[in-house]
Each structure stands twice: as C-alpha cells, then as structure tokens.
Design a protein around this ligand. Structure first.
Ligand code: AR6
Length: 171
C-alpha cells in the first residue's frame, strides 16, 4: 500500500496525473494560493466550468476537466477554515479526502495529486492536517484497488517533512 504513496516537493500544476486536487473555497470561482495557480495554468475555460457548478459546501468536492493542465481532471475540494478545532474542522477536512476518493472512483481515476488542503490561508495546523490526509489516504488504499498512485505535492520544506514523517510511519 505504501508504494502507492509518493511525497514530492512539486508545483501541483506540473503533475501529469489523472486528477489534481484544488484547495478551493465555497464559491469555486478561484482565489489565491494553489487555487490561483491551478486557474492560471488551466486557463479561463476552467473558470467557465466552475461558474456552472454553483459553489460547493465545506467538506465536499466537485470535479471539472483539467483543460490546459497536464492532469485530465481537477477535483475542487473545499477545506475548513481553522478556527480553534472545536467547529468540526478535523471531520470536515477528513470529509474532503473521502469525497475526493469517492469522486475519483466514480470517474475511473487511478492517479491523484493533493496539495496540503487548508494548510495555507485557512491556517489548519500542518501536523494535524497531514495526519488526517495520510490516515484517509491509507484507509482508501487499503479498502480499494481502484487508485494506484497518490502524490502529496508539497510546497515548502515544513510541509514536505510533515508528510514524510507521517507516511514513513505507515511502513
Ligand atoms: N502546488 C502545490 N501546493 C501549493 C501550490 C502549488 N502550486 N501553491 C500553494 N501551495 P492554500 P487553503 C500550497 O492557501 O489553506 C485560496 O485563496 C500552500 O503552500 O492554497 O486550503 C482559495 O480560493 C499550502 O501548503 O489553500 C481559498 O479561498 C497549501 O498549498 C483558500 O485559499 C494550501 O494553501 C483556501 O485555503
């Protein structure tokens, strides 16, 4: 199972996987951080498709095509804004990962790349977010053979080290 997980220092927009995950907001109409980078790289057709989706609730996700990205699809997940941890943030973040995996299975997607959802502007504590990401990914890979590769695309050494530590615990 662990051989299906890769921790990479990478700009997610460059990865040629079946789907990359966007750390979006409830409007799905773009923003800063990884969301801005994905929209810039994919081109304006991505915005046009997102506009048709009518937003997305926190903890949920919606899929679009990838347009000019090397990835065929983008799965837009809306992570929670961290506000102390007593407002269901851990469960909402776990729900993002579970929803992404369900959508991926429904579309025959076999390789995925995630950014550290909620770990930027949304200020989720990195170690806690990474534990949730790795736990949910391991649960998916153990319970189903549909997904063959999950990449954690890390921007910055602290995020990279946090994923590395957590993934190493699996083996
Ligand atoms: N590739 C991989 N990771 C990246 C990239 C990239 N090109 N760019 C940034 N990151 P954030 P959030 C990392 O703030 O916390 C947006 O405005 C970044 O270093 O993008 O979920 C949305 O529209 C961090 O580790 O997402 C929402 O309003 C991680 O991606 C809001 O931000 C997530 O940081 C979502 O906030």
């Amino acid at each position: 199972m662990t051989r299906k997980i890769e921790v990479l220092k990478a700009d997610i927009t460059t990865l040629a996987v079946d789907a990359i995950i966007n750390a979006a907001n409830t409007s799905l109409l773009g923003g800063g951080g990884v969301d801005g980078a994905i929209h810039r790289a994919a081109g304006t057709e991505l915005f046009d498709e997102c506009y048709q989706l009518g937003g997305c609730a926190t903890g949920q996700a919606k899929i679009t095509r990838g347009y000019r990205l090397p990835a065929k699809y983008v799965i837009h997940a809306v992570g929670p804004v961290w506000s102390g941890g007593e407002r269901g943030e851990p469960e909402l973040l776990a729900s993002c990962y579970r929803t992404v995996f369900r959508i991926a299975r429904e579309h025959g997607i076999r390789s995925l790349a995630f950014p550290a959802i909620s770990c930027g502007v949304y200020r989720f504590p990195v170690d806690r977010a990474v534990k949730i990401a790795v736990r949910e990914t391991a649960a998916e890979l153990i319970s189903s053979d549909d997904i063959q590769k999950v990449i954690f695309a890390c921007f910055g050494d602290d995020i990279y080290e946090a994923y590395r530590r957590e993934v190493d615990k699996l083996s």
